[in-house]
Design a protein around this ligand. Sequence first.
Ligand code: SAH
Ligand code: SF4
Ligand code: F3S
Length: 445
Amino acid sequence: MEGKYCIITYGCQMNESDSERLAGQLEELGYHSVAEPDGADVIIINTCAIRETAEQKVYGKIGELKHLKQEKPDVLIGITGCMAQKNKKALFERAPHLDFVLGPYNIHHLKELVRAGSKRSAHVLKTEMRGANIEDFTDLKAARKSDVFAWVPIMQGCNKFCSYCIVPYVRGREWSRPLRSIVREVEELAAAGYKEITLLGQNVNAYGLDFGDGTNFADVLRAVEEVPGILRMRYMTSHPRDMTREMIDTIAACSKVVTQMHLPVQHGSDAVLQGMNRGYTIAHYRNLADYIRKQIPAVVLTTDLIVGFPGETEEMHRETLALLQDIRYDMAYTFIFSPRSGTPAARMTDKVSAEDASRRLQELMQVQNAISLERNRDMVGQVHEVIVEGPTKNKPENWFGRTSGNKMIIFPYADGMRIGDVLGVRADAAQTWLLRGTPVEEKRS
Ligand code: SAH
Ligand code: SF4
Ligand code: F3S
């Protein structure tokens, strides 16, 4: 078959990883990837439902594809990801030009579905969450975007039920991938020359709890550390409730585990954290952060924050601002609370006005941006090891790479530089989101 496919991905790294596993199935059928949906025979929108705006973007994209179906009725258009699981057949009602809807626990059905494509007569909906085996989808062969950096899913789902969050409803319960299956994938990646892997889960610190045999996230880190060839191991996302001292000690002890830790706090007020059902207090979080900084002095700590959660007062908001000054994150991803139907927070009544929420968001960003800049300035003058990722979008004569802490450094391209090279780069200047520098050492691989 000589077909073409286009996968459009929204949302988090889980979706990036799933998209590569969807692509892998299409490539096994002989399809090859194209960047734009025009001209593709199979078009997939891999969707996110985390906030209202995420869903709106997807609906916009679905609408844009309608004319393609009219011009070429044989094209297969499908929705996967979290909106597929959330909205199910309502997607067909809203957009009859769609051919299939596959939930995250059903992505392994893509191949058979596309193979049967010409015989289809109806909308295909697969959103059943029972009956599958986690390896059915985690062990699909991935068609990866990069030859150097790779996603490795280690678990699915979330049990935390933060009161604002849709994820547990659309990704199911915490479900861990067997350790041997993770190690096998990492070994294959190492043999294929990959240098950096990212272990993925909504809450990687809950890894193994469902096995009930004591296996935990530290075991994954130790097992992957043993695989020769891989230089760096990232992991996301960590949850302050399940992050143990043993895990922090293991992160500190494993030389391949990066110095970046994304540890979302969500808010600086205990009252709000309680309303969010986060399961920890600010005192607990501060203790954890202190211990992390003690054990991993070079740590690049990043976080997520939500403003405008129901009941958030000006005073509570100021507690978040104070926490930022206190913890001094390298970076914070800030979001305005978006009510998700079906979650407890969507039913809370003491709403924060849109004006207050956006002003508070601005205040958070202002405080954090100044701190981010200061932290980046602290890196100036030193040489940092980066793995080269390639040319920057705006200026191809400039290339960039990332440090272990995931800081982006932009530097001038030099003859012979290749994606995946490991370079020593001296940081010359700092900006809020990145650094500029000069390669100073011969490439090491
Ligand atoms: N599992 C990860 C992150 C999941 S979603 C964790 O628990 O940290 C990424 C971020 O989106 C969350 O950390 C949170 O800050 C934000 N988010 C989730 N639901 C949201 C909502 N309803 N409104 C606004 N932001 C939300
Ligand atoms: Fe959502 Fe909370 Fe689970 Fe993260 S830990 S995915 S925010 S429910
Ligand atoms: Fe979005 Fe689903 Fe990820 S809701 S953030 S794509 S788990």
